[in-house]
Ligand binder design. Structure first.
Ligand SMILES: NC(=O)c1ccc[n+]([C@@H]2O[C@H](COP(=O)([O-])OP(=O)(O)OC[C@H]3O[C@@H](n4cnc5c(N)ncnc54)[C@H](O)[C@@H]3O)[C@@H](O)[C@H]2O)c1
Ligand SMILES: N[C@H](CO)Cc1c[nH]c[nH+]1
Ligand SMILES: [Zn+2]
Length: 436
């Protein structure tokens, strides 16, 4: 893993982002979207054959497949799923938002009505690993928001099957509709519908570059949660941190993807050296060595900071998906962190605790987007409508102001809508009793 100063790291990061040219990705994703829009299921099956290497007869997972999956997973896994579901539910319940109304003098009522989005599609990645935990993380907040119809889509394996762990998680979460479709083609199908796949109003869930780019392209026709890139972890460690833990936590995210970003920011040269050795030793024991080594080589960095203040400033500039504070007094220093998707405090709060069990969501802003966005939550599955009620007298009170403002904009029909009520004294006299 490359070691460099904070200043050099930030410079390197800037150079990289200005050099990125991914127009080829746009071209292939736009072509996929347009084929699915034009040909529906036929295109979806053709692409599943091309990219996932399997010819499908049926896109929707059958009840029989659900039952097979249920018997293929053991009881301990089901219990772990149940515990995770309970923790995720308990945390996300706190995010539930109520409609509210305020009464103002003169019989005015104003408010905000909160309504769940009716139909939502959840993308569950399936290329390099299967993610039952992501099923729970994406479905549970939608359910708590009151979403009526939730469908999952995930790529099938080469036998045309969906991971039994993913299906067991779907069952645990109470979702019966699972489609065998992955990549940009699945996103297009959810956005525009096919003969089999019902179109949805919002698409959530992480995925690889094709999935992320397709979400960007369909945004506007449907809503999306965020553009989630490869997993990232940034650990701020002072000389008191346990280097074995630090190395293990960095590796936990490196194994997701060759493009994953494991970063250590430390004030201690000795910590940097020991973590480096630990990473080499621990990697030898792990299964996904090829992915880890690529991730470490391409994006793994040990950043030396002169002071803890410089370490915090560097982490805030990175705005990582996950930030671990493995320093003395992590709680006190929480105040110094402004940009991070999730913040893990202390030596016994490693990132995988958040991935699976603690309760907060693991779908988090990546690629620096934590400067402006938040974890997936119940709030992502509702929309808000403003509510306005003025009785006649209250409208009369503001009518001159409205007419003046409308005239200034040259919008006389707007003014007319107000004037017509002011002049028409007998208008809705029968409704005035309701107003008072
Ligand atoms: N943020 C989170 O919560 C979270 C959770 C889990 C995984 N992840 C991330 O999600 C990503 C998952 O990626 P993945 O690849 O394992 O699974 P994936 O399901 O996102 O992608 C697999 C699909 O990509 C498509 N594809 C592959 N090669 C293609 C090509 N050349 N042209 C067009 N389409 C192609 C195929 O349709 C395939 O089904 C990883 O980066 C991982 O770090 C994030
Ligand atoms: N760390 C991933 C988000 O970056 C989420 C995940 C799912 N399973 C394991 N990890
Ligand atoms: Zn993870």
């Amino acid at each position: 893993m490359k070691v460099l100063s904070a200043e050099h790291y930030l410079q390197e990061k800037q150079n990289k982002s200005s050099q990125t040219d991914d127009s080829h990705l746009d071209e292939s994703v736009m072509a996929i979207i347009s084929e699915v829009r034009q040909e529906g299921d036929k295109a979806l099956k053709r692409m599943t054959e091309k990219f996932d290497g399997v010819k499908l007869d049926r896109i929707t997972v059958s009840e029989e497949e659900f039952l097979q999956a249920e018997s293929a997973v053991n009881q301990a896994f089901k219990t772990a799923l149940k515990t995770a579901r309970e923790n995720i539910e308990a945390f996300h319940k706190e995010q539930k938002e109520q409609s509210w109304f305020i009464n103002q003098p003169g019989g005015i009522t104003l408010g905000q009505k909160v309504t769940p989005i009716e139909r939502v599609g959840v993308y569950i990645p399936g290329g390099k690993a299967s993610y039952p935990s992501s099923v729970l993380m994406n479905v549970i907040p939608a359910q708590l928001a009151g979403v009526n119809e939730i469908a999952i889509t995930t790529p099938p394996d080469r036998d045309g099957k969906v991971s039994p762990y993913v299906l067991a998680a779907a069952r645990e979460a109470g979702v019966d509709t699972v489609y065998k479709a992955g990549g940009a083609q699945a996103i297009a199908a959810l956005a525009y519908g096919t003969e089999t796949i019902q179109n949805v109003f919002k698409i959530v869930g992480p995925g690889n570059a094709y999935v992320a780019r397709a979400k960007k392209w369909v945004f506007g026709d449907v809503d999306i949660d965020m553009i989630a890139g490869p997993s990232e972890i940034c650990i701020i460690a002072d000389a008191t941190a346990n280097p074995r833990f630090v190395a293990a936590d960095l590796l936990s995210q490196a194994e997701h993807d060759e493009a994953a970003r494991p970063l250590l920011v430390t004030t201690s040269q000795q910590m940097a050296d020991t973590v480096r050795d630990e990473i080499t030793q621990q990697t030898e024991q792990l299964e996904r060595q090829a992915i880890i080594q690529q991730s470490l080589k391409q994006n793994g960095r040990i950043i030396l900071a002169e002071t803890l203040s410089e370490a915090f400033a560097t982490a805030n500039a990175i705005a990582p998906e996950h930030l671990q504070l493995m320093i003395q007094e992590p709680f006190v220093n929480l105040a110094n962190i402004t940009n991070a998707g999730a913040i893990f405090l202390g030596d016994y709060s490693p990132e995988p605790l958040g991935d699976y069990a603690a309760g907060p969501n693991h779908t988090l802003p990546t690629s620096g987007t934590a400067v402006f966005s938040s974890p997936l939550g119940v709030y992502d599955f509702v929309k808000r409508s403003s509510v306005i009620h003025y009785p006649k007298e209250a409208l009369n009170q503001v009518s001159e102001d409205i007419i003046r403002l409308a005239e200034a904009e040259g919008l006389t029909a707007h003014g007319q809508s107000i004037k017509i009520r002011k002049d028409d004294d007998h208008a809705s006299s029968d409704r005035q009793s309701q107003d008072s």
